[in-house]
Design a protein around this ligand. Structure first.
Ligand code: FAD
Length: 463
């Protein structure tokens, strides 16, 4: 049978793949997406959107509980209805899936359902759900197959051992959970379930949780986790488990001591691995870098110039918006426009409670000035009854240019964009300090942190 030739083929329809597809179609390419599962990838189906749905509901619940004295007549004994929550969450996922499908259709993008595997540098096979394979050649290909949870051989997925995605589908609220891994996903899930009244224990192999953030942020975060009765055990290695009656019992080694902890579920959140192992890459000249990531040049080309790779399969933070950025860029390069990646300001958000957000440079050095404004002096934070945390801005000592920010504060996920834009636009601390910010808002604290850098803070006493 003659192979069908495709112009631009994209493997995977996550935030990397579908965004690349739309941009490539806008630029005049004939685009085909190959997807083995639901449209939208990890982010929409099992990651960002379902987790943020849970986090949002849990936060509302925790806020209501926190203000019980102010609402004495509201029913104090009510509990979250997880079945209803799941219906709402799934409805929103479906709505977004339909939205993406509509956009793909609107841009005349063909979708082939099935699993893609490379046969060589210019063709691939697609096997559908009933095992039927078809072969295609292509002019260009973008690999956007994403990542999946790292499996630990000692803790295979099962009834009581869940991945960070499975735990988002629970139909009833557990009494207690253990989370293996204090990275950003583990911390987000821990805060959400603790806000719903679940007893949470986080086990972390390293000496501290959330090592991607600096010590000041971790200090505030840990204080807040303690207030939620989240138990943190660091320098700890989970050894094995036993399922007994309704519980799963975990043996944990903490230095010389062995602990036994039990809970309804163990959530394994031990990082993610790029989905490159089953793609038939051995049949191509594509080079991998360490840990299975696809090696790409600054224009996202692999070692085969007609094949690109974007998103979680390439190095860098595993984030949806990074995948989408790379998707647009790869589509441009295929269309003959020269672009190379610029990663100087990738915002990273941890949807913990309070939220954490980082962008650009997030650690000081001898050339940077670090100015920190405490949320305790921000009117909006006080009205929200969430005045813990701070905004730290890093600027260049000599030129006063904004270099980065580290924030732990309410709405950090939204306000981080202001600093990201300031970095991209080449603003100085003076520009930020002189920008009129609405009052009372959390974003004012960014202006205040910039004012601190100018040496003329209004709301901080000069010692
Ligand atoms: P993916 O979204 O993983 O999509 C890859 C697609 O490729 C999938 O649909 C898959 O089925 C398909 N595929 C794979 N192999 C094949 C094949 N051989 N043939 C055909 N199709 C194939 N990021 C954020 O930015 N913000 C967040 O708040 C956030 N929260 C998260 C919460 C959780 C619980 C998790 C697990 C992740 C979260 N992430 C978040 C990370 C985010 O989901 C990923 O960074 C993002 O989805 C990566 O996009 P991608 O397009 O590279 O791959």
């Amino acid at each position: 049978m003659r192979k069908k030739n495709l112009d631009t083929v994209i493997i995977g329809s996550g935030p990397g793949g579908y965004v690349a597809a739309i941009r490539a179609a806008q630029l005049g390419q004939h685009v085909t997406i190959i997807e083995k599962d639901n449209i939208g990838g990890t982010c929409l189906n099992t990651g960002c959107i379902p987790s943020k749905s849970l986090i949002a509901i849990a936060k509302k619940w925790a806020d209501y509980k926190k203000h019980q004295q102010i609402f004495p007549n509201l029913d104090q004994s009510s509990k979250i209805n997880m079945e209803e929550f799941q219906k709402l969450k799934n409805k929103n996922i479906l709505k977004l899936q339909r939205g993406i499908s509509h956009l793909l259709d609107n841009n005349r993008i063909e979708i082939i359902s099935g699993e893609a595997m490379f046969l060589n540098n210019s063709s691939l096979s697609v096997t559908d759900g009933s095992g039927v394979s078809s072969t295609f050649s292509f002019n260009h290909c973008i690999i956007a197959t994403g990542s999946e949870p790292r499996k630990l051989p000692e803790f295979p997925w099962g009834n009581k051992i869940l991945s960070s995605s499975h735990v988002l589908n629970l139909q009833s609220l557990p009494e207690d959970i253990i989370i293996l891994g204090g990275g950003y996903i583990g911390i987000e899930l821990g805060c959400a379930y603790a806000n719903l009244g679940v007893k949470v224990t986080i086990i972390e192999e390293q000496e501290d949780i959330l090592l991607l953030a600096d010590q000041d942020i971790r200090k505030v975060l840990k204080r807040q986790l303690m207030k939620k009765n989240i138990k943190l055990i660091s320098n700890a290695i989970a050894m094995d488990y036993k399922e007994e009656e309704q519980k799963v019992k975990i043996k944990v080694q903490v230095k010389e001591n062995t602990l036994q902890i039990e809970a309804d579920y163990l959530i394994v959140s031990a990082g993610r691995i790029p989905r490159t192992y089953a793609l038939g890459l051995d049949n191509t000249d594509i080079e991998l870098s360490e840990n299975g990531f696809i090696h790409v040049d600054p224009s996202l080309k692999t070692s085969v110039p007609s094949i690109f790779a974007i998103g979680d399969v390439v190095k860098g933070p595993a984030l949806a918006h990074k995948a989408s950025y790379e998707g647009k860029l790869a589509a441009e390069v295929i269309s003959g426009n020269y672009y190379s990646v610029d990663y100087k300001a990738i915002p990273l958000v941890v949807f913990s409670d309070p939220e954490i957000a980082l962008t650009g440079q997030t650690e000081g050095n001898e050339n940077t000035l670090e100015s920190m404004f405490q949320m305790g002096a921000n009117g909006r934070a006080l009205t929200l009854n969430q005045a813990e945390g701070f905004i730290k801005i890093f600027s260049d000592k000599a030129t006063r240019h904004i270099k980065g920010a580290a924030i732990i504060a309410p709405n950090a996920s939204e306000i981080i964009t202001e600093v990201t834009v300031a970095i991209e636009a080449g603003w100085t601390v003076d520009d930020l300090a002189l920008t009129i910010h609405p009052h009372p808002t959390i974003s004012e604290a960014i202006m205040e942190a910039a004012e601190l850098a100018t040496g003329l803070p209004i709301h901080v006493p000069i010692i």
